[in-house]
Design a binder for this molecule. Structure first.
Ligand code: HPA
Length: 265
């Protein structure tokens, strides 16, 4: 059987990619902007996510965006699907083997700041992993002791701040709290997270940040706020609304990421 990497190279060509982009719920439209695209369904790629969550497309798209050759992961596997926090490891290892040095992660998230409401884009400044899970558990050797200071590349964060201003997209940064799901949080959990320093809450991304840092990638992460978190006045929380609101905000996310690529990584 051909490895995922052999299949990707055979279909998309062997030229290196510069960056990977993981698309969260409702953010699939970014993949449609990739030109000269080769699209490969995950089910043809060994080790890639085989489940699927509605709002995710489950395909790898390789081609040009913002003048760079990119690999767009349209869909991810979440911890809550199979209890495997390292589920994205084979996909991220393939990305590194394709030559990428940068990973841009996106997701849909709840906001714990009422002034940062639905369709806001928030750049991650840090995260809280209070889950007791870590995708590197079971790994041996000293490389597992990964330094998580500046997990989100400071230079990319600075560029995202500048570009947001240029594109007139309101700029926010915040701390993302990983909640394993699949239930949404209880209001009491959200109150606790607020005390622990959270600005955003969501069910993904943090395991991928840890894996990517372990693999030596530079990382940026951006959330599309789809709702205020549980217990906030006016919070509308459902997976249906998550997909709908993220799709509404996806054009701004696509513009920002395209501009980031255009400026060079
Ligand atoms: N909580 C967790 N994950 C989410 C939320 C939320 O409120 N909104 C979108 N993804």
């Amino acid at each position: 059987m051909m490895s995922a990497l052999d299949i990707i190279r055979a279909r998309a060509g062997a030229e290196p990619v510069e960056a990977g982009i993981v698309l969260g719920s409702g953010l699939g439209p970014l993949a449609d902007q990739v030109s000269g695209a080769t699209s490969i369904p995950y089910h043809e790629l060994e080790g890639f996510p085989q489940g699927g969550v509605s709002g995710h497309q489950s395909k790898l798209v390789i081609g040009m965006l913002g003048g760079r050759r990119v690999a767009v992961f349209s869909g991810r596997e979440h911890y809550y699907e199979n209890g495997n926090s390292a589920a994205m490891r084979p996909a991220l290892e393939a990305l590194v083997a394709l030559g990428a040095s940068t990973l841009i992660l996106t997701n849909a998230a709840g906001s714990l700041r009422p002034e940062v409401g639905p369709t806001s884009i928030v750049v991650h400044s840090d995260y809280v992993n209070w889950s007791g899970r870590n995708p590197l558990i079971g790994e041996h050797g000293d490389a597992r002791f990964v330094d998580m200071r500046d997990a989100y590349d400071p230079a990319i964060r600075a560029r995202l701040a500048e570009l947001s201003q240029k594109l007139k997209i309101p700029h926010h940064e915040g701390v993302y709290f990983w909640f394993c799901g699949p239930t949404f949080e209880s209001p009491a959990e959200i109150r606790a997270m607020k005390i622990l320093g959270a600005d955003l809450v969501g069910m993904s991304t943090v395991p991928e940040v840890i894996l990517a840092r372990r693999l030596g990638l530079r990382v940026a992460a951006l959330s599309m706020v789809t709702n205020l978190a549980a217990g906030f006045k006016g919070a509308e929380i459902s997976h249906h609304d998550t997909k709908k609101v993220a799709a509404e905000g996806s054009a701004a996310m696509t513009r920002l990421i395209t501009a980031l690529l255009e400026g060079g990584l």
